[in-house]
Ligand binder design. Structure first.
Ligand SMILES: N[C@@H](CCC(=O)N[C@@H](CS)C(=O)NCC(=O)O)C(=O)O
Length: 223
């Protein structure tokens, strides 16, 4: 039984781990959600654990954190990546790149500090979002479109699904114009996978909201 420690009210970075656990039908407790807690860091400290930030996965006496590192460990144990080293290295590198994208998406609404409210950094957010949607988003997605393998299913497909779902929620205008048919095929195929379809239809899937990474602030979707 795995224990996932992540904020209970958002998809956030924890969602990349939840999707892998759900696809694998792995037994897990989403600890903060199931125990009604809000302060994940407090729960971790209570167990004597001091990772820098959630998501954190506890597997027996192993404590894993950093989204890409959790997935790199989890995937081979559940058939979510091929056996060979080359495939695993490629998957991990792409997953780390997705973490980079996620960090830039987060910075579109919090460009100055995570310690300030969005309302206190709106001007800077608008500038940041303009550069993100005009330069970084197309650069990342066009690179992913050329670089991902759509022949073999891996955990990276789950993350591409989540990335595109989040971008469609937060930046529908900026994302609509991009030519990414291969990524869209991956997204559609993931949505239809039986375990993922069941998860998405369940109350375990938290809806997108304005506390997570992907926030719908229409003024930032400048296209
Ligand atoms: N690179 C890390 C980032 C972890 C992270 O930033 N977690 C957020 C929640 S999504 C957090 O709680 N950060 C606290 C902080 O940065 O002080 C990962 O991918 O897991």
């Amino acid at each position: 039984m795995y224990e996932l420690f992540y904020w209970p009210s958002i998809q956030g970075r924890g969602e990349f781990v939840r999707l892998a656990l759900e696809e694998a039908a792995a037994p897990y407790v989403d600890v903060a959600r199931e125990r009604g807690a809000v302060a994940v860091q407090g729960m971790l400290r209570g167990k004597g654990l001091r990772p820098f930030a959630p998501p954190v996965l506890v597997a027996g006496d192993l404590v894993l954190w950093q989204t890409a590192a959790i997935l790199q460990w989890l995937a081979p144990r559940h058939g979510l990546v091929p056996e060979d080293e080359r495939s695993r290295i490629a998957a991990h590198a792409i997953q780390l790149t997705i973490s980079d994208i996620v960090a830039e998406i987060h910075d579109t609404h919090h460009p100055i500090s995570t310690g300030l409210y969005y309302e206190d950094q709106r001007e800077e957010a608008a500038r940041k979002a303009h550069h993100f949607t005009a330069e970084r988003l197309p650069k990342y997605l066009e690179w992913l479109e050329r670089s991902v393998d759509d022949e073999t299913f891996t955990y990276v497909d789950l993350s591409i699904f989540q990335l595109l779902e989040g971008l469609s929620y937060a930046f529908p205008r900026a994302t609509a114009g991009l030519e990414i048919p291969r990524l869209q095929r991956i997204r559609d195929a993931v949505r239809k996978r039986p375990n993922i379809a069941a998860y998405l239809a369940s109350p375990r899937r938290i809806p997108f909201n304005e506390q997570g990474i992907f926030r719908r602030y229409t003024e930032l979707d400048v296209g």
